[in-house]
Design a protein around this ligand. Structure first.
Ligand SMILES: Nc1nc2c(c(=O)[nH]1)N[C@H]1C(S)=C(S)[C@@H](COP(=O)(O)OP(=O)(O)OC[C@H]3O[C@@H](n4cnc5c(N)ncnc54)[C@H](O)[C@@H]3O)O[C@H]1N2
Ligand code: MOO
Length: 502
């Protein structure tokens, strides 16, 4: 389950079977077609031919059984890319090696991706260590207690003779020839000043042996791991002051549209810009450094100027992707000689989305202006592109894009006859529950959602497993999917899973 389940009353209010799907031209509900019969464990991306180097992306035919449909407004010249293929193409648009590595101090590596494997620079622990406050003892008791004690971080290790004990603190270095640590609460000093054990002393007890966790040179984490707080802690423990991380790709957001207000309520045909506030934090959560957000209106020259002068790795435009009189994205890309890698995707909402290469290493994702359509474009094209740019592994799909998990849908979900649908869902009792207010211009559904369910063409039956696109603020694997690198087997004899219940 998500970390933020909606309260039941609110949820019931918000839930409904998705039945309001209208096509983009407003022709009313799309006729219901039979959903696929058998639920599948995990939807896998459809393989697709990739444009060869030098071949224009538009020349690559999508891998579907049916003919590509021309998109509206382009006189049939554009080929719509199937949704799974569009995500694969976004991954393949950028070099697999990701961005250039940079070295940063540990405290600046949070949220960045490791550019190199994390290898232990030391044994951990780096010396035999007391796990408890008490006495280090040598041989069987009773023991003569030495006057000096051993504190963590202080002094050199003393050596004990058989029958001797010395007071020791948790984390202190174990004296040479000590055989065990006796906890303070398990020992007593008798009237002759000797230490007596109140329970059996097992050799090696409460001693953390050097190298128990790792040996110097051990591989701790692979390249591509996320710099979480725990990873920063591990790196520090293993001896690192700096980490080699993948530089965050720089992203610039260009918000197009004369009708947009930056503040106040909508008035006189003008509406509030919902994307200017939404996209920068979302892009940051996907790994980008957002260098600027600009509202350009519907000004073709301003757009042209912004695209030619930008030094960002990724420009994200909003609006202007269709073929209306002030939709300047396509004409401007044409004027710049940009390479269109994806020009329309068979997905609802968001089908006019596009991905272009302006020049080597400079990409543009054109998001449709309708806000939920923009989210769809963000997760379909920008997310896999950024994930590859930051060097984050894309699941086990060998270059394909995979979500972290799949979940059975609680209700039947109406599908589009030909296109994939992305439907806001909340996760409840291990089910994905479709939310209302999922129209292209609406944000109410997604604002209450834990993820977006990928509904295949034709729809989905109650109980069918659907791929769930994570929202970056939802903890992946809430539904039980395993995340993160699995721990390797315990080092034999050096502390297994049962050893640390102290
Ligand atoms: N003849 C056709 N018209 C349209 C088609 C089509 O296939 N044929 N597709 C429709 C679909 S689907 C979408 S989505 C939109 C995409 O249009 P644009 O990307 O050109 O976006 P705009 O026209 O600029 O805006 C669409 C809509 O969204 C509102 N908008 C724009 N920016 C924002 C923002 N920052 N915050 C909130 N709302 C925004 C804008 O006011 C429009 O209402 O085209 C359809 N048309
Ligand atoms: O209506 Mo449009 O499907 O892209 O939002």
């Amino acid at each position: 389950m998500s970390g933020h389940p909606a309260p039941d009353a609110e949820l019931d209010e918000a839930l409904a079977l998705v039945n309001e799907c209208r096509d983009s031209r407003g022709h009313g509900p799309v006729p219901r077609t039979a959903p696929p019969a058998a639920p599948t464990r995990r939807p896998t991306p459809t393989p697709t031919p990739t444009p060869q180097p030098g071949q224009h992306a538009l020349a690559a035919r999508p891998a579907t059984g049916r003919s590509p449909r021309p998109s509206q407004g382009e006189g049939g010249h554009r080929e719509i890319t199937p949704w799974p293929a569009a995500r694969v193409r976004a991954v393949q648009a950028v070099p697999r090696s990701g961005g250039a590595p940079v070295s940063v101090p540990l405290d600046q590596a949070l949220g960045l991706i490791l550019a190199a494997p994390l290898t232990a620079l030391t044994d951990l622990p780096s010396f035999d260590t007391s796990a408890m406050d008490g006495w280090a003892v040598a041989g069987p008791g009773p023991w003569a207690v030495r006057a000096e004690g051993v504190l963590a971080g202080h002094g050199l290790a003393v050596a004990l003779a058989d029958g001797e004990a010395v007071g020791i603190a948790t984390g202190a270095r174990i004296p040479r020839d000590a055989t065990a640590v006796l906890r303070a609460e398990h020992g007593r000093i008798d009237d002759k000043g000797r230490l007596l054990a109140l329970r059996e002393v097992v050799p090696g007890q409460d001693i953390r042996p050097r190298g128990q966790e790792c040996r110097s040179g051990d591989h701790l984490l692979p390249a591509g791991s996320l710099g979480t707080p725990a990873v920063l802690g591990l790196a520090a423990a293993a001896g690192y002051d700096t980490l080699s991380v993948v530089r965050r790709p720089r992203a610039e957001v260009l918000v197009l549209g004369d009708e947009l207000l930056a503040e106040g309520p909508p008035r006189e045909g003008l509406i509030r810009d919902a994307l200017g506030p939404m996209l920068p934090p979302w892009l940051r959560a996907l790994g980008a450094e957002v260098t600027s957000v600009r509202r350009l209106g519907d000004d073709a020259e301003a757009l042209h100027q912004a695209l030619t002068s930008s030094t960002a790795d990724l420009i994200v435009t909003t609006g202007g992707t269709a073929s209306g009189p002030v939709d300047h994205v396509h004409p401007t890309l044409h004027r710049l000689g940009a390479e269109l890698l994806v020009d329309g995707v068979a997905v609802r909402p968001g089908h006019p989305m596009l991905l272009a290469r302006l020049r080597p290493g400079r990409y543009l994702v054109g998001l449709p202006g309708n806000p939920l359509a923009a989210v769809s474009g963000l997760l379909t094209l920008a997310e896999p592109l950024l994930r590859t740019l930051i060097g984050r592994a894309a699941g086990s799909g060998g270059g394909a894009v995979e979500s972290a998990y799949a979940a059975p849908v609680r209700d039947d979900v109406q599908g589009h006859p030909h296109d994939t649908r992305l439907v806001p869902v909340t996760l409840r009792a291990e089910h994905a529950v479709p939310l209302r207010f999922n129209g292209p211009a609406m944000l109410r559904g997604i604002a209450a959602a834990d993820g977006l369910a990928v509904v295949p063409p034709g729809g989905a039956r109650k109980g069918q497993e659907l791929e769930i696109l994570d929202l970056p603020w939802v903890v992946p694997g809430d539904l039980g999917g395993a995340v993160g690198a699995g721990l390797e087997q315990d080092r034999p004899g050096q502390g297994g899973s049962g050893e640390c219940f102290t």
